[in-house]
Design a protein. Sequence first.
Length: 459
Amino acid sequence: MLIIPPQWRQWSLFLASIILIFSLQPNIFVRWMDFILPMLTLGLTVMSWAITHDTEYRISRQDILAGLLIIGAMVLLAMLRYIDADWRWFIPSRPPPTLLVLMLIFIFGFLAVTLPRLSSSLSIFLLVMIGIFLVLKTDFLAETVSAWWRNGTGQDVSQASSLDLNWLGFSYVAFRLIHTIRDRQSGILPTLSLRDYISYVLFFPSFIAGPIDRAERFIGDFKNLTETIQFSERYQRGLTRIAIGIGKKFVIADTLAQGMALNPQNAMQIDSAFGAWLLLYGYALRLYFDFSGYSDIAIGIGILFGIDLPENFANPYMKTSITKFWQSWHITLSNWVRFYVFSPLSRYLLKRKPKPSPILIVLITQLATMIVIGLWHGVTVNFLIWGIWHGIGLWVHKQWTDRTRKFYRDFKQKPQQQMIADVIAWGITFHFVVLGWVWFALPDLDSALRMFASLFGLS
């Protein structure tokens, strides 16, 4: 991006993001699925743009050009079906028939034109996004869709699996789409052209696993791409951040994953409480270095392209309360659920007649927020319990701090006692979080309970 002439940088990033969602999509053994899913990503994004721009917005020549480039990119990629596999190495498998691709493009275009005319289009689209989430995150529903698709394409239905719906990047795309829809409903979404909107939603460094940027912040950087960029400064910052991320993810995290971190296989082989704690600590560190490492890589690539993505981690395991932990772990996700789950639910409960007690309001909102985060990872009992675990932890911490403010204010005059209290608070917070990872790492209730028994010498 740094060597591209300023006037072409925005368009180059726009086209690169479109093409790379097809290239990054993993190969899926269900016929054509790894081409159809990126098409659906593009289709949903275009439809979301159509229903979120202001009613007085007028389609510009730039929007028409962007639309034609989207169509042209999909058609050209589909035409790779007719060339030798050695020449289409940058897409996962042979594309579907061109006629099917053209039919899907027509359907997406028709919906993009039709949906804005419906008064309830924003609400309908939100329900569609939630429905897709439920299908992707619920094994039974995902297997059902896979079996239906396999049957329609003449493949073995008995091989259907939830893994067949490996829709790369959908979760983070959905967060951005829901963010723009809710901000449109609130009247605070800035006016975005089709090119700008597509570039924001599909920005490829953060496409797979975040960070979850906000539209207004991203567009500020995107519009500045036409200005002169300080090459040396961005190269230094970006490459340094990428190197740190590679070290975290591919050296530390991958080393820990090789038998030193908790997983279902290792959990079955535990023969002592010491071994159980060692695996759990390993998993906690592996999870942090893996996820924060990827965030560093994404942020570093973004810097090279002139986009300063938001930070996602701030030494979360060093925090002295569960509240501070969630203010520094996957920060952009925590901010997202605070804006679009916690705050709206709090306002709703505060307006109810009769109004629930403040303690009950805090409990409901904390539980709802953390359950949403838990079920976002997968609709399973263990992810539900993990959400409840953290929701109750946040609620207990809130009740404790509300009742001990004077006590802790007095501690500020006693630095030694303050230091001891901080160490104790850190130990409690760290182990509360680490024990919660048991629900996260293991696939079912029985294996998680056996792990807890091993940790405390009860097995």
